[in-house]
Every structure is written in C-alpha cells, then in structure tokens.
Write a protein that binds this ligand. Sequence first.
Ligand code: HEM
Ligand SMILES: *[C@@H]1O[C@H](CO)[C@@H](O)[C@H](O)[C@H]1NC(C)=O
Ligand SMILES: *[C@@H]1O[C@H](CO)[C@@H](O)[C@H](O)[C@H]1NC(C)=O
Length: 335
Amino acid sequence: MAGSKLHFIGLFSFMLSCSLLASASAASLKVGFYAQTCPSAETIVRKAVNEAVSRYPAMAAGLIRMHFHDCFVRGCDASVLLKSLPGNPPAERDHPANNPSLRGFEVIDEAKASIEALCPGTVSCADIIAFAARDSAYTAGGIYYAVPSGRRDGRVSLSDEVLQNLPTPFFNATQLAQTFARKGMSVDEMVTLSGAHSIGVAHCTSFSNRLYSFNATHPQDPSLDPNYAAFLKTRCPPPPPAGAVGDVTTTVLLDVVTPYRLDNKYYSELRHRRGLLTSDQTLMDSASTSRMVLHNKRNGAGWSRKFARAMVHMGSLDVLTGHQGEIRRICTLPN
Ligand code: HEM
Ligand SMILES: *[C@@H]1O[C@H](CO)[C@@H](O)[C@H](O)[C@H]1NC(C)=O
Ligand SMILES: *[C@@H]1O[C@H](CO)[C@@H](O)[C@H](O)[C@H]1NC(C)=O
C-alpha cells in the first residue's frame, strides 16, 4: 500500500517535472527573438516564400507539411533538413514519409543563405522553417499568426525515428489521436491541423489500397464516395504484382474543390465521403471527431483561429533553446 502510494507520488512528480520542462522551453521562445540581432530575418523568409509560391503555388503546402514533419520527430530542431552522411545511418529526410514527397527544401536553403549573408550564425534553420510555414499559411489561406522564435538546431537526424513519431495515412482516428496525444496535443488540435490537407497533393501509394484490395469482403473502401473512387481509379493504377515497382510518381489533389486555398472546404469534403486518405475520412468515424469536423465546416473563421493556435503549439514541441544545439551555418549539415 505504502509502496504503491510512493510509486504514485513518484509518477506524479515525474509527470509534473516533464510538463514544467516542456513549458519552460516553450516559454523561452519569444515573438521577435531576432529584433536586435537580425531584424530583417522574418522579412527575408517572407520574401523567399512569396517568390516561391508565386512561381509554384504548391510550395505553400510543402512548407506547412515540412514544419509538421520537423516538429513531430525530435522536436522543431530542423532535423528534417539534415542530409544523410556516408558512414552514418540514414537521416529523416530519406525516410519514405519524406523522400520523395516532402518539398520546399530549396526555399529554406535560399532564405538561410540570404540571412547568413546579413547576420551570420544567428538565425536557426528550425526558426526559418517555422516562419516559412506561417508565411505559407498566410499566402495560401490569409491565416496570420506571430511565431515565437529562438529555436536552436539539432545535430542528429535518424530515419528510424520517423515512423515512431509521425502518423501514417492508414491510421484510424484512435491511432491519430494517440500520435498527437504523445506530443501533448489534443484531439481537437489533431482535427484542426488535418485541415492542412485542404491544400497540396498525395501520391497514389498513400491511398490506392482504398481502391483495389481494401479487405477480404470489400475491394473498395465503403467509406469512399463511389464516384470519387471511380475518378481516383482513372488516376491511380492497381498496385503491381508483388516484387514489381509500381507507379510512385502520380499525385492527386488532396482537396479537389480549392486545391491551393487553405480553407475549411476540406471538412465539407469529408462530409461527402471525399476524404482522400484513410486518415482523413476516419475523422467522420467517431461521434466526437465527426462533431469537430462539422463544427469546422460550419465555422471557417473559428477554424482559422484554432489552426493558428495549433500551429504555434506544434511549433513549440520539444524545442532546443538557450545553449542547447547550435545555429547551423548550412541547413543540410551540422556545423
Ligand atoms: C493527422 C495525421 C496526418 C497524416 C496521417 C498525414 C499524412 C499525409 C500524407 C500521406 C500526405 C501525402 C504525402 C504523399 O503521398 O505525397 C500528406 C500531405 C500533406 N500534409 Fe499531412 N498528414 C497528417 C497531418 C498533417 C498536419 C498536422 C499537417 C500540417 C499542419 C499536414 C500537412 C500536409 C500538407 C500541406 C500536405 C500536402 C503536401 C504537398 O502537397 O507537398 N498534414 N499528409
Ligand atoms: C484502430 O486501429 C487499431 C490498430 O490497428 C485497432 O486496434 C483499433 O481497434 C482500431 N479502432 C477502430 C475504432 O477501428
Ligand atoms: C471490410 O471493411 C468493412 C468496412 O470498413 C468492414 O465493415 C468489414 O467488416 C471488413 N471486412 C473484413 C473481412 O475485414
């Protein structure tokens, strides 16, 4: 009895110190961190993003996704940017969840080069990703938020850590909620951020299991609108026989209604059973998440505000601050 009570107290103080640690590092990020040391840092990133997006609108989607993939694996430390080095285990960047689909690396590198020319060794790659994601949300959706900064860059990136931390497109709502809960994020934040799938594309390999060999009784996922499924089949061929390499290049828009506009139309599509990924459509499966979907569908302004808040929260996950980590000179290599 006494033992289990002690155990309980031990667990409780462990949980308390974890949450204090987490909030301490998140609290040490601050808006305008570079106001004295590199006042034009955020403007330089914004220009790089705006130029890239005006040439190639899809870049906004890539940069928002990059921030997610950075923050969920080892915290927002730009580990996603590090290239695999000979003699080392492969880096996050080369995991199939990132390679070849993750895009926007050149935009970050270009912004970093301009910033280094002006204020060398001052602005982290992790902050540049966070600024670029915010600027993308603004150009693609008119969603604006101030980004607390002061993140430092990590020196480690391991492909093996990707699947332990990122959700897959084949997850159900329970698994998605668990993945976010492990990062201290709520179910509502998970549903809110899934709205990022209002822009960008997915490769056939991320969803073609829903079209041809779903399970023993249903060749096609019954939660998929049959007309939409018929359209998707025209784009994505059946998976090849075992051992052969299939089509790994074709992509389909995640939101066919407003593909380049970050808005709440994504949620209307879910209601019409036109969520592209299993992980999208599954949000309609449980009473609690489907209520959140319908709420976001009806209240675009409310969703935008929640999206901004959830991006700031995601941007604070497990950050390195103060004297931790380093300020990389080149985003693809540790110093
Ligand atoms: C909820 C769990 C999530 C899952 C399972 C998931 C999975 C995926 C998958 C499989 C793709 C398509 C990759 C491909 O086949 O090319 C994708 C694309 C995308 N995801 Fe997610 N995602 C999730 C959450 C998020 C979050 C939280 C964000 C950002 C806040 C995000 C932003 C994006 C964007 C913008 C794209 C389009 C990328 C492009 O066009 O380059 N996703 N996601
Ligand atoms: C979600 O997936 C997990 C793991 O495959 C499974 O155990 C669970 O029953 C699923 N939940 C629902 C609601 O389908
Ligand atoms: C196939 O999927 C459907 C819809 O999710 C489900 O109702 C059915 O029980 C599944 N069948 C098998 C054999 O798993």
